[in-house]
Design a protein around this ligand. Structure first.
Ligand SMILES: [Zn+2]
Length: 411
């Protein structure tokens, strides 16, 4: 199969870097008409289209990056449904599912997720994997094997999602040591109510120190709640200050801080940015699970306040979270499913730079990928090509797409 090609495309203006912009045509939805050529999987030419009044019929996106998913429980909703659709019920059903979980089941769910993700246009994914003391420890060798198996097509990152107590046990230490070789990430949950704050701070310090010892990153499910707004992030910031160490940290969810007042959010945002903590907003699960009322439709739903955080210079990504499991019964590892829901509910304009940055550029930085996601000469021809001419075509139910991986059509 050929890994070279050329054509004319529309590209969101903020996602391409063009040297000579003199004749560049950009339409009212910020889509630029460009000519792109690639050879041996690498973009060799990128220039303004040289045709009067003729608009390309395809829109080009760089392949997408999923910052937050849960392979290990994907597609379990059928067997382990959560018809109450609450956080509490999700947790309890999740624990039931753990009893029947085997390595084979996890691997099967992971491969199913990966194949969908590839087909739909992802080039990298971070997945959390539930981690507990009684678990079959071989799962990690199997998962790192899977990571290698897919490495030519997709970059995979794993986070061990454990109760914070786990990182204060010998099991935690052994896993952290293993992760220092395999580049795994330490995960945990920091969600109120926080009854014993001293103990929580102790556990956060233990996790931070362990990450520091083995040079690992941390990714926390934090403040995914409607109570005690920002209590988790405040405890985390306090502990970082006290220990005075620099560990790369991602805060997933951070949804309850939405109910702080605007000044408090901006102030907290500046502290988060100062510590170089990255944030992932997860609107779909937050909107589905949190603040549900039996007898009324509450439109008061917590989600990380993206615009205020960006204003405070925090690097914010938007992720999908769960797929067809007790936490969220829908989704299918499709970036267009995510953005066509997330943009209207978060009131983000798709033609704006900061919106596209949170979908494509921040996620590339978060996963530390070699390519920042900007289409330019020398970047890989890793594209999603859509039969579309405007944003309304992108957010439609019959979207036709082709995925190129290193210049080759993925089939
Ligand atoms: Zn999650």
């Amino acid at each position: 199969m050929s890994n070279s090609g050329k054509s004319e495309f529309l590209i969101p203006r903020s996602l391409c870097e063009i040297e000579n912009t003199d004749n560049l045509k950009v339409d009212s939805e910020n889509l630029a008409s460009v000519y792109v050529a690639w050879e041996k999987g690498i973009v060799s030419e990128l220039k303004p289209v040289n045709i009067e009044n003729k608009k390309p019929k395809k829109i080009l996106f760089p392949r997408f990056v999923e910052t937050h998913s849960h392979f290990d429980k994907s597609f379990t909703f059928g067997e382990f449904p959560n018809f109450k659709s609450t956080y509490k019920e999700a947790l309890s059903v999740n624990l039931e599912e753990h009893k029947t979980r085997t390595n084979d089941k996890v691997l099967e769910r992971a491969e199913r997720s990966l194949n969908l993700a590839l087909k739909n246009g992802y080039r990298a994914i971070r997945s959390h994997i539930d981690t507990f003391e009684t678990q079959d420890k071989n799962i990690w060798d199997e998962l790192f094997k899977l990571q290698k198996k897919y490495s030519s097509k997709l970059k995979l990152q794993f986070v061990a999602l454990a109760p914070l107590e786990f990182w204060d046990t010998p099991h935690g230490e052994v896993l952290a040591e293993k992760f220092s070789k395999e580049k795994g990430i330490l995960g945990g949950v920091l969600v109120p109510p926080f009854v014993n704050k001293t103990k929580i701070k102790y556990l956060i310090s233990k996790t931070l120190l362990l990450a520091d010892k083995y040079k690992l990153e941390i990714d926390l499910h934090i403040d995914e709640s409607t109570i005690e707004p920002g209590a988790g992030i405040k405890l985390l910031l306090e502990t970082i200050d006290r220990l005075n160490i620099k560990v790369p940290i991602t805060c997933s969810h951070l949804s309850s801080i939405l109910s702080l007042n605007n000044n408090e959010i901006l102030k907290l945002g500046r502290k988060i940015a100062e510590k170089d903590i990255k944030v992932i907003a997860l609107p779909l699960t937050n909107f589905w699970l949190l603040n549900r009322k039996d007898k009324s439709t509450a439109l008061n739903r917590p989600v990380a306040p993206i615009k205020q955080l960006q204003k405070s210079l925090v690097d914010v990504s938007i992720g999908s979270d769960n797929v067809q499991d007790p936490w969220y019964p829908f989704g299918n590892y499709d970036p267009f499913y995510l953005i066509s829901l997330a943009m209207p509910i978060l009131q983000l304009n798709p033609w704006e730079r900061l919106t596209l940055s949170s979908i494509l550029l921040s996620p590339s930085r978060l996963l530390n990928l070699n390519w920042d996601g900007l289409v330019k000469i020398g970047c890989p021809a890793d594209f999603v090509l859509l039969d579309a001419e405007k944003w309304a075509d992108i957010f439609s139910s019959n979207l036709k797409r082709e995925v190129l991986i290193n210049g080759e059509l993925y089939t």
